[in-house]
Design a protein around this ligand. Structure first.
Ligand SMILES: *[C@@H]1O[C@H](CO)[C@@H](O)[C@H](O)[C@H]1NC(C)=O
Ligand SMILES: *[C@@H]1O[C@H](CO)[C@@H](O)[C@H](O)[C@H]1NC(C)=O
Ligand SMILES: *[C@@H]1O[C@H](CO)[C@@H](O)[C@H](O)[C@H]1NC(C)=O
Ligand SMILES: *[C@@H]1O[C@H](CO)[C@@H](O)[C@H](O)[C@H]1NC(C)=O
Ligand SMILES: *[C@@H]1O[C@H](CO)[C@@H](O)[C@H](O)[C@H]1NC(C)=O
Ligand SMILES: [Cu+2]
Length: 159
């Protein structure tokens, strides 16, 4: 019974680690009308981790989602892309740590602000090959272990 609760608690915890984000929320993925920092602002208060999913919601044929290098991103240079998703909504899983650069490769959409940079950090549940024991993830691992412990205790007392 206790083992079942631990599994249940672990499942609940796990869900808090992989999140599904709709880029731009209700605005979706389009050329921002009045704020060219719109997507930067959208990302600024979020904490992305490996496993999180970005949903770029757009109408196929009006926009696209290209993953590009930092240099291409900074210059809005659409010549070369790492990958490109032409069909909306595009679903991209952040499957590695580090910076990701996206823009819409339609002419002038990037320069008008349809660009997004996110940084995915590692989690305790999905350690990256490069993470060391002194990395910040050890702190979140401790928090995860403690909350799992208290959640199991709480669940046992509830029954
Ligand atoms: C994330 O959102 C997409 C699109 O709405 C959906 O297809 C997918 O199942 C969702 N994934 C999770 C883990 O919630
Ligand atoms: C800016 O544009 C967004 C849509 O892109 C709209 O929802 C919002 O109301 C606009 N804000 C102002 C101040 O015009
Ligand atoms: C995507 O955009 C369409 C049309 O604007 C809207 O109906 C739909 O609810 C949006 N989906 C999400 C996940 O925001
Ligand atoms: C865009 O990038 C390509 C290589 O990816 C480079 O050859 C070209 O000069 C760049 N264009 C500009 C305007 O920087
Ligand atoms: C992440 O996903 C992309 C696209 O699906 C794939 O090309 C890449 O190999 C994946 N990277 C890792 C580290 O799994
Ligand atoms: Cu576009």
């Amino acid at each position: 019974m206790a083992a079942l609760f631990v599994v249940l608690a672990a499942t609940l915890l796990q869900r808090t680690y992989a999140r599904n984000y709709t880029v731009g929320d209700s605005t979706g993925w389009q050329v921002p009308l009045n704020n060219s920092n719109f997507y930067e602002d959208w990302a600024s208060n979020k904490d992305f981790v490996v496993g999180d999913i970005l949903v770029f919601n757009f109408t196929t044929g009006r926009h696209d989602v290209a993953e590009v290098t930092e240099a291409a991103y900074d210059a809005c240079n659409i010549t070369n892309t790492i990958s490109i998703d032409l069909n909306g909504p595009a679903i991209i899983t952040l499957n590695r740590t580090g910076d990701y650069y996206f823009f819409c490769a339609f002419p002038n959409h990037c320069s008008r602000g349809q660009k997004l940079k996110v940084e995915a950090r590692s989690t305790s549940s999905v350690p990256s090959p490069g993470s060391s024991p002194t990395s910040p993830s050890s702190a979140s691992s401790l928090v995860a272990t403690l909350s799992l412990f208290f959640m199991s205790i709480a669940l046992v007392f509830l029954c």
